[in-house]
Design a protein around this ligand. Structure first.
Ligand SMILES: Nc1ncnc2c1ncn2[C@@H]1O[C@H](COP(=O)(O)OP(=O)(O)OP(=O)(O)O)[C@@H](O)[C@H]1O
Ligand SMILES: [Mg+2]
Length: 171
């Protein structure tokens, strides 16, 4: 995670961001910077109109949101066999003007009373965690006029969702 405090985030020059740039090649093993295996990502884009799959904002910041969510998902599946460490990214339209991205893992999920508090700064369960990834990610998404939240899956693991308005420049 980049060490940016929520207070330090500013709105940078607006550029368009094709949501397809977040789609990783399905089945290709993901590694961290040291080459350590993290797991696999599968992707599903359910938007056919290219204009609706484009949001406007700070590409680097939005990419940071995605990488924070993916790293958390892989951390949550750390104890599982390598072949079971799978994250699925779904990109759909929540409404004609709102895109929704879902990052779904097969980890242990979260106690219900932590689903909200994990977005507070410095909340972590990891020995070397800063507890800032989600708090910064929420700040970034809200700066882009979207929402970020978490739910437990009915079967296993958790899904983190965020929305962004289609084709609206952030201010
Ligand atoms: N996909 C997930 N499944 C289960 N728990 C999660 C998941 N994502 C986040 N959490 C919980 O939320 C906490 C806060 O996450 P957050 O990303 O803010 O900080 P962190 O990952 O601990 O540290 P860092 O600042 O390095 O990201 C995590 O420590 C973990 O307990
Ligand atoms: Mg994190």
């Amino acid at each position: 995670m980049q060490e940016t405090s929520p207070q330090a985030l500013k709105s940078n020059p607006v550029s368009h961001c094709e949501l397809r740039c977040w789609i990783l090649d399905t089945g290709v093993p993901q590694e961290d910077a040291d080459g350590t295996f993290l797991g696999y990502v599968g992707s599903c884009v359910d938007i056919t109109d290219r204009r609706q799959a484009t949001v406007y904002g700070d590409k680097v910041q939005l990419q940071q949101v995605m990488s924070n969510l993916l790293l958390n998902a892989f951390d949550a599946m750390d104890g599982r066999p390598a072949k079971d460490r799978r994250v699925t990214v779904f990109i759909t339209l929540e409404s004609p003007l709102v895109v929704r991205v879902a990052v779904r893992d097969r980890g242990a999920g979260l106690p219900n009373d932590r689903l909200a508090t994990i977005f507070n700064p410095f909340v972590t369960s990891k020995p070397e965690g800063l507890g800032l990834g989600l708090s910064i990610s929420r700040t970034i998404v809200e700066m882009h006029r979207g929402r970020l939240w978490a739910e437990n899956n009915a079967d296993q693991g958790a899904t983190f969702y965020f929305t962004l308005p289609v084709g609206v420049p952030c201010s």
